[in-house]
Ligand binder design. Structure first.
Ligand code: BG6
Ligand code: MG
Length: 217
């Protein structure tokens, strides 16, 4: 067996939190007097909170003072936290536990590599925290995806060479970050959008355990 490690993005890979991010950003947009659509929310996937607010204000043509910017970042996150407060394990995306259990039973190290500063509380809420040997999230990185920092940090903490790490990602920037880290990238979602990934699956229900076996043996 090779010395491999698996790195999971969180939002859109392990749980579908994009809908909660959307509701919180939409509330802020509406409060500022403009619309924010579900299609525009696509631009926010894998993108840091600060960058999301910059894009949102661009969409609305709003110029903010530093104080307003900071206040809106806090307000958005408080709304988001109210949504995730109610999360439980029913919100884990289909067949994620199948993959996590397979890796655990084969003693393969598992890391989280997420842009979110709320990653740990979300994993706690959905009861998956114990699966992860390493967590690298928005609180630890200085450079956002597509910079490979988050995944390289995860590999280092796992003690696995980047070339032997496999990354599950749902965002284009995340696939680019995994590729830049020289890791094996697996796109979860629309293969057309995630065409830079080495492998593509619509979701984890399409991933056979035999495929994982080929990656680790
Ligand atoms: C990413 C999401 O995982 O985390 C982005 O895809 C989000 O939409 C980013 O903006 C930061 O999340 P948080 O929880 O720190 O605001
Ligand atoms: Mg994601």
């Amino acid at each position: 067996m090779k010395h491999t490690g698996f790195i999971f993005d969180l939002d859109g890979v392990v749980v579908d939190t994009a809908k909660y991010h959307y509701l919180a950003w939409k509330k802020l947009a509406n409060q500022l007097g403009f619309e924010f659509t579900i299609d525009q929310n696509e631009l926010f996937k894998g993108v840091s909170r600060k960058r999301c607010l910059e894009i949102l204000l661009d969409i609305g043509g709003v110029i903010a003072t530093q104080k307003q910017f900071d206040t809106w970042m806090i307000e958005k996150n408080e709304d988001y936290l109210r949504y995730i407060e109610a999360m439980d394990s029913s919100e884990i995306l289909p067949d994620v536990p199948k993959v996590l259990n397979y890796l655990k039973s084969n003693k393969i190290p598992i890391a989280l590599g997420s842009a979110s500063k709320n990653a740990r509380p979300i994993l706690e809420k959905v009861n998956l925290l114990s699966y992860f040997d390493v967590i690298v999230d928005g609180n630890h990185v200085t450079k956002a995806k597509p910079n490979p920092e988050v995944f390289l940090m995860a590999a280092e903490q796992l003690g696995i060479n980047p070339e032997n790490c496999i990354v599950f990602e749902d965002a284009v920037a995340g696939i680019q970050a995994a590729n830049a880290a020289k890791m094996i990238s697996i796109g979860i979602g629309d293969a057309k959008i995630l065409s830079e990934a080495k492998y593509n699956f619509l979701d984890f229900t399409h991933i056979e355990l035999s495929f994982l076996e080929t990656l680790i043996s």
